[in-house]
Design a protein around this ligand. Sequence first.
Ligand SMILES: Cc1ncc(COP(=O)(O)O)c(C=O)c1O
Length: 394
Amino acid sequence: MSAGPGQGLRPVTGRVGEAVRDEFPIFAHTTYLNSCSQGALSHRVRAAYEEYLAGWDENGAEWEFWVERAEAARAGFAQLLHGRPDEVAVTTSVSQGVSGIVSALPFERGGRNRIVISEYEFPTVGQIAHAQELRGAEVVHVRPEADGSIPAEKFAEAIDERTALVCCTTISYRTGHRNDVAAIAQAAHAKGALVLADSYQAAGAIELDVRTLGADFVTGGTVKYLLASAGLGFLWVRGEVLAGLMPTQTGWFADEDIFRMDISDYSPHATARRFDAGTPPVPNIYAGVAGLALLQETGVPAAEAHVSALNTQLIAGLEELGAAVVTPSDPVHRGPLVCVRSTDAPALVASLAEERITCSLRDTNLRVAPHFYNTEGDIGTLLGALARRRHLLA
Ligand SMILES: Cc1ncc(COP(=O)(O)O)c(C=O)c1O
């Protein structure tokens, strides 16, 4: 397992739980356990948006500073992933990054034209993969075992010399399962295929180290555990594969020299910036840089250890209630998200909301997603509420 497992983590040194709550006004009135959908808004991120507006008011177009902020975001993502800034594209979404990747792959019929995707990919990844059928691609789905896990061997069985790209999300947004990205990447690389790890449900909540994760592409965004808002993402591209990739989905900020304003040819930047596209999403970058900085003050290892302990408490409590926990109890096989089966998930989420407990749902599961700002008390509050709604748990 490449991404740091929940057990044997470094001790919690950063500020977590009550010590960071003052930054997040929502906790004054809500038990917020929905970071898999949207991270809680902090004073810091709100102030960053206000700073953007104030600078615009004061100076009009602050282009140079805005471009510098985009570089700050690139550097922040690189630090988060233990990569280099020249391996990071600043995107507006995972969709942009993934579309850029596939646009650089030829998918010629009879050649390397297969895309292998796990059943736990986010819709955008599955839909972009299937869109490539129009260009000659074939999509192969890797489905979970009865226990919900997708062992690396199942990927290996689906990968062969016809495989161009393997998509294995790091954490399932539907069930909380963690894929063994390193083992899957090893199987893919043995057959010459590239590997994409959509890490949106991991970034900021579990340590992601691209030096050991094994994937060639790692993508995510700032909406969830990175504490900011919609409209900003990242795509890390392994330096060694970069030179061979010419994305045809592109834009002027991906050019080797954006200031030349040249319309006579396509000359993408030598670095991963070739996966950037149009004008950077400046307001979201202000928020993203602020969210990243706030998280890094605690540090992802401390956040991960804290969340893992909360989830251990949660799973134990759910098991005491006799509930059907979908997410593996072993921290090695799970991430920050815990899913539990419900007899009526929409009714359960709505009923919890009446007590100002915010969770979410996917399929027939209640999704509970704590972050570094949650406490044992929050988990206790949720477990108490679930005990009173036992009939809504399967
Ligand atoms: C695993 C995963 N991938 C991707 C996304 C979002 O993709 P995009 O940034 O293209 O909207 C989400 C979140 O909603 C997600 O959970």
